[in-house]
Design a protein around this ligand. Structure first.
Ligand code: HEM
Ligand code: HEM
Length: 431
């Protein structure tokens, strides 16, 4: 028996509704619809990933992954292929935006305390997605094979050699030889267009599924207890219509930006001629900056490893009160975060200035450099943080609030280091 067009339309609509309801619960807390809770950041990350896959597949039609042809294929794409420049611009800018959005999403989850049980494991999946987003950006960076990409990847991968014991082997494995060359390009290409997107797809789907399974955190006002009655709204159409409008606005903005701003492209890569300055990509600028102030083993390995380890254990530290869904936990927490933001920025600027005019190894020549310029300053910083935490505790902040405030201080300092790293000019001097 054949169905009428009306029955077919109804069937399709049911199919679409089913798809939506696999991704969302049937009803959501009315307040979770408020834009000022999530700022749509997780959804935006998802949308940008989709833009990357679509534009990436289109780029593959023209791009040729070997050193003799890669740069020429990009020139060909930009000048001879209809909309080629636009597709490259979209891929380039949306990749950069993705990193910013993913970090903002992490901060949203952190500052609304939405990472404790039952969402701890999803925080770890999120960290994996952040790592994959950085890896996708880094491997993509090399592909245009111009001076910018060649030297940024040379600088970026050289950081690996400071990892104790296995650093050199790790660097050799990634590069496929002693330096960036044809083997590196084919490795990065395979990672970039196959392995990393595949992993992102798998981990990303699991992450979204877990958001629903762990129950999305419930937005609360600062003075509100969990027991207040909740107003529910149906997902269709309330949530889905908002998501649709928001996605269209984000797409329109990215498209407008990509129409008017071309992705950078310098001269073809020249392994004999490093540009001045030879810098890492902006998202590694903070890390590269650490190397100016610390012994390389500490700047490139110990400190980054400490940061990653802290991010991993954060959700497993005991939370003294359930503050999930409340921005900055409490009124005290808000003031603490603001204060730490200013303090962290001030301290980082001060330490960068201090390190520019003073050399600890010269001041303390009797100590080996890994102590005078590594263990000693790091221990002093950790001691200062511990004292700061004790003072805040005495002032009445709970242990959860103290952790949040110290996290903010370190974040502010890292932001300053990133800006300083980006600002460095010829000879890596500061303006
Ligand atoms: C999270 C996902 C992705 C990110 C963050 C990302 C990032 C990047 C970046 C930063 C570049 C260098 C762009 C430039 O300045 O020219 C690039 C290039 C490229 N990407 Fe991706 N990409 C992603 C996914 C994909 C996928 C899924 C594919 C293909 C299936 C792909 C294919 C390519 C190709 C062929 C190039 C070389 C062309 C060019 O450099 O313009 N990318 N990618
Ligand atoms: C490509 C990267 C990512 C994508 C596509 C993504 C996607 C999403 C989406 C769509 C949501 C629900 C809506 C929202 O909260 O905005 C969400 C929630 C969540 N995400 Fe992510 N996410 C990513 C990275 C991360 C990172 C880096 C973290 C933290 C390390 C993280 C941790 C979480 C947690 C814990 C939730 C549940 C929040 C709650 O219940 O309030 N995600 N994610």
């Amino acid at each position: 028996m054949t169905s009428t067009p009306r029955e077919e339309r109804a069937h399709m609509k049911r199919g679409l509704n089913d798809l939506v309801l696999h991704l969302h619960p049937a009803r959501v807390d009315a307040r979770a619809l408020s834009f000022s809770y999530t700022f749509g950041l997780g959804g935006t990350a998802l949308l940008l990933l989709l833009v990357q896959v679509v534009t990436g597949v289109l780029l593959m039609f023209v791009y040729r992954p070997n050193p003799a042809d890669a740069y020429l294929s990009i020139i060909h794409l930009q000048t001879q292929v209809a909309f080629g420049q636009l597709i490259r611009n979209l891929h380039h800018w949306s990749a950069n935006l993705l990193l910013i959005v993913v970090v903002l999403h992490l901060l949203r989850v952190f500052y609304t305390s939405a990472f404790h049980a039952p969402r701890r494991f999803n925080w770890l999946l999120g960290l994996a997605l952040l790592g994959l987003s950085i890896a996708a950006n880094f491997t993509g960076y090399l592909l245009p094979w111009d001076q910018l990409s060649y030297w940024a990847v040379t600088v970026g991968t050289s950081l690996l050699s400071y990892v104790p014991l296995i650093g050199d082997s790790l660097q050799h494995l990634l590069l496929g030889g002693p330096e960036v060359g044809a083997a590196t390009l084919s490795r990065f290409y395979a990672l970039h267009v196959m392995l990393i997107p595949l992993l992102m797809l798998l981990v990303g789907l699991y992450h979204i599924w877990r958001v629903r399974k762990d129950r999305f955190s419930r937005p609360r006002r600062v003075d509100e207890q969990e027991s207040l009655p909740v107003q529910m709204r149906t997902t269709l159409p309330h949530l889905v219509s908002r998501e649709g409008v928001y996605a269209l606005v984000v797409l329109a903005l990215v498209l407008a930006w990509a129409t008017y701003t071309d992705a950078p492209l310098l001269q073809s890569a020249d392994p004999a001629q490093p540009p001045d300055p030879a810098k890492a990509a902006w998202y590694f600028a903070g890390l590269q900056e650490l190397l100016f102030h610390f012994h390389p083993s500490f700047g490139a390995f110990v400190i980054p490893a400490l940061i990653v380890a802290t991010l991993i254990v954060l959700p497993y530290l005991r939370d003294d009160q359930d503050r999930s869904g409340i921005w900055f936990r409490s009124v005290r927490g808000r003031w603490g975060v603001l204060l730490s933001l200013l303090l962290g920025m001030g301290a980082a600027v001060g330490l960068v200035r201090f390190s520019e005019v003073t050399s600890l190894p010269e001041l303390l020549p009797i100590l080996p450099e890994w102590i005078s310029n590594g263990l000693l300053p790091l221990s002093l910083i950790l001691l200062a943080l511990w004292i700061y935490g004790r003072v805040l505790n005495r002032l009445g902040l709970s242990s959860g609030e103290v952790r949040m405030v110290i996290f903010t201080l370190l974040l502010a300092a890292f932001l300053v280091l990133t800006v300083v790293g980006v600002l460095r000019g010829p000879g890596m001097t500061l303006p």
